[in-house]
Design a protein around this ligand. Structure first.
Ligand code: UD1
Length: 338
């Protein structure tokens, strides 16, 4: 039985690939669009292993309106669309702001136009807790104010949220769900798919696993003089499989009165950088080479999610622990080899 086709832009990426697998497991028929700018064809083979068939794949850039329209003409109608395709490196966005505006905002505008022209179901959009900046209260819920973005990357997430809201207002019958992710980590427990950072990782977990594998110098902990119990920053690390399942729940949710919904996706628990290092060592038995270093510009001190709205309205909650996520991240790194 099929719940219908779902277009997944960025479906060869980290969160996209895990979501494709969970969609297939839930009886949807995913269709991947990805320009492979920050992913690899090998991911498609990993997905095929896990779902048992080759998921239709179009090597298309979502800013290319003609190419994207051709995919819609071939594959629509869709039961829903999940838009992951975007650049995501904060530091790079500071160096290349125009690229981030063109790609992240441009692709969303092009996709919305294609959706307006073809039967497409609901849009589920990949947003970020970065929209909250340094929140006044933690855990942070969806009513917290949006703060001026710290980076062009953060600004593109805010702008896309705004654009999607404007489109909901303009187009009767159009529905969208904005999902604000906290810190996605881990990999599929099979180690067939995972995160594939190109070059030097900026995010904590891929850097940590590469340092443990001996591929990088020791991890630098960015600041241990913050006003937190152990002095290091606090984040809400969510297993990528839990996060992927939230997208399935968002698609499957019955239509409510509101045509635009927004949900925080996190575990509801904060962990400091030092706690992550200790949890990794406990989960894997491997020592993490690390040293204390200065603060990184733009880091918030502490943020974790109040994700009760997603639990209430989507019937979704996280099921995997930080240790499981770290063990899965390490299993993935180990099979990648050196
Ligand atoms: C970062 C972005 C966020 C974005 C997300 C996407 C910033 C300020 N925020 O989140 O906007 O949505 O990535 O992936 O860049 N850390 C170390 N050493 C390292 C790397 C990280 O100590 O080598 C610490 C950081 O200071 C932070 C925590 O680990 O406290 C997590 O960092 P990271 O994985 O980069 O995620 P965020 O900064 O939370």
């Amino acid at each position: 039985m099929s719940n219908g086709k779902v277009l997944v832009t960025g479906g060869a990426g980290f969160i996209g690939s895990h979501t494709v697998v969970e969609l297939a497991a839930a009886g949807y028929r995913p269709v991947i669009v990805d320009n492979l700018a920050n992913s690899d064809r090998k991911v498609l083979a990993g997905i095929a292993d896990l779902v048992g068939y080759e998921v239709p794949f179009y090597e298309v850039d979502c800013t290319d309106a003609a190419a994207l329209d051709a995919v819609f003409r071939q594959e629509a109608p869709f039961a829903g669309i999940i838009h992951f395709a975007a650049y995501k490196a904060v530091g790079e966005s500071v160096e290349r702001p125009t690229a981030y505006f063109l790609n992240n905002i441009g692709s969303t505008a092009v996709l919305l136009e294609a959706m307006a022209a073809h039967p497409s179901g609901r849009l589920v959009f990949s947003s970020s807790c970065t929209v909250y900046g340094e929140p006044a209260h933690i855990p942070v819920d969806e009513s917290a104010p949006i703060r001026p973005a710290e980076s062009p990357y953060g600004y593109t997430k805010q702008a896309c949220e705004r654009l999607i809201g404007d489109q909901v207002a303009a187009a009767p019958g159009f529905r969208a769900t904005l999902l604000r992710y906290f810190n996605p980590i881990g990999a599929h427990p099979s180690a067939r798919i995972g995160e594939l950072p190109i070059g030097r990782p900026n995010n904590l977990i891929p850097f940590l696993t590469q340092a443990v594998a001996g591929l990088r110098e020791p991890l630098t902990v960015f600041g241990d003089d913050y006003p937190t119990p152990d002095g290091t920053c606090i984040r809400d690390y969510i297993h990528v499989v839990d996060l992927a399942r939230a997208h399935v729940a968002a698609l499957a949710a019955p239509d409510g009165d509101e045509r635009l919904s927004v949900y925080n996706l996190g575990t509801g628990e904060g962990a400091s950088v030092k706690e992550v290092v200790a949890a990794f060592e406990a989960a894997t038995g491997r020592a993490v080479p690390h040293r204390m270093g200065p603060r990184r510009a733009g880091d918030v001190v502490a943020i974790y999610a109040d994700a009760q709205k997603a639990e209430r309205e989507l019937g979704w909650r996280t099921e995997r622990s930080l240790k499981e996520a770290l063990a899965d991240a390490w299993r993935w790194q180990e099979q990648l080899g050196r």
